[in-house]
Design a protein around this ligand. Structure first.
Ligand code: 3YE
Length: 210
C-alpha cells in the first residue's frame, strides 16, 4: 500500500480522519510517519495512540527557513513516502522543498479556492456576506494556496454564524473529503500534470464526487 507522511502543527483532526480511514483493510494507504513543527501538537499524541512514528522537528532549532526545510526533507526521505499530506501544517514551504516532492504534496485549505487564500478564511467569508463557503484539497506548488484544486466541498453560511460555527461545519466536510483524495492518490488515479490536477484522465475539479 502507499506510504504517507502527514505534516501537522496542531490538533490533527484531519490526521485523525485519515488514521481512521486507514483502519479499513481495503484502504490503499498507510501512514508511516507524522511530523510536527510544534513539539506540543496534540496530533503527535494521536499518532502515538495509533502506533505511528511521531517526530517533532521545531523550526525554532534552525537558523533559516531553508535550513529547516532541508532538515524536513531529510526526515521525510527516511520514511520513503509516496505522498506527503499537509494537515494543519502552518508553514510556508520553500521552492526547494516543493521541487523535491513535486506532485506528491497535498494540502487542505478552508475556503473555496481561489477565494480566501491565507488565514482567517471563515471570518472573511462571513464579512463578505457569502452564503456559500467550503474547503479545498489541492496540490502544493510554490505559490501558497495557489496549486491546482483537486476536490472541494461546499457548506451553507447561516445568518448569525460565528467564525467558530462556520469552522465546525467546514471541518465535517474536511474529514470526509481528505481521506477520499488520499485514496485516489494511493490508487494512482490522481496526479498533477503541468498546472492541473488529473483524476482518471480528467482535469479537475469536477463537481459531484463528494
Ligand atoms: N507552502 C507552499 N505552497 C502551499 N504551505 C501550506 C500550503 C502551501 C505551503 O500551497 N509553498 C501562516 C500561513 C501558512 C504563516 O505565515 N506561517 C508562518 C509560520 C507561523 C508559525 O510557525 O506559527 C511561516 O512563516 O511559514 C500549508 C499552509 C501554510 C499556511
Amino acid at each position: 500500500s502507499s506510504k504517507i507522511v502527514v505534516l501537522i502543527s496542531g490538533g490533527g483532526t484531519n490526521l485523525q480522519a485519515i488514521i481512521d480511514a486507514c483502519t479499513d483493510s481495503n484502504y490503499p494507504a498507510e501512514i508511516v510517519g507524522v511530523i510536527s513543527n510544534k513539539a506540543d501538537a496534540y496530533g503527535l499524541t494521536r499518532a502515538k495512540n495509533s502506533d505511528i512514528t511521531a517526530v517533532a522537528l521545531s523550526h525554532k532549532d534552525f537558523a533559516s527557513r531553508e535550513d529547516y526545510d532541508q532538515a524536513l526533507i531529510k526526515e521525510i526521505d527516511c520514511f520513503d513516502a509516496d505522498l506527503i499530506v499537509l494537515a494543519g501544517f502552518m508553514r510556508i514551504l520553500t521552492p526547494s522543498f516543493v521541487q523535491h516532492f513535486q506532485g506528491k504534496l497535498l494540502n487542505i485549505h478552508p475556503s473555496l479556492l481561489p477565494k480566501y487564500q491565507g488565514l482567517n478564511t471563515h471570518q472573511r467569508a462571513i464579512d463578505a456576506g457569502d452564503d456559500v463557503h467550503g474547503v479545498s484539497v489541492h496540490f502544493v506548488t510554490e505559490e501558497l494556496d495557489g496549486g491546482p484544486v483537486i476536490l472541494q466541498a461546499k457548506v451553507p453560511v447561516f445568518e448569525g454564524d460565528t467564525s467558530d460555527d462556520l469552522a465546525a461545519r467546514v471541518h465535517e466536510q474536511e474529514h470526509r473529503i481528505y481521506p477520499l483524495v488520499v485514496k485516489w492518490f494511493a490508487e494512482k488515479r490522481l496526479n498533477m500534470q503541468d498546472e492541473h490536477a488529473v483524476l482518471d484522465g480528467n482535469i479537475l475539479p469536477i463537481s459531484g464526487y463528494a
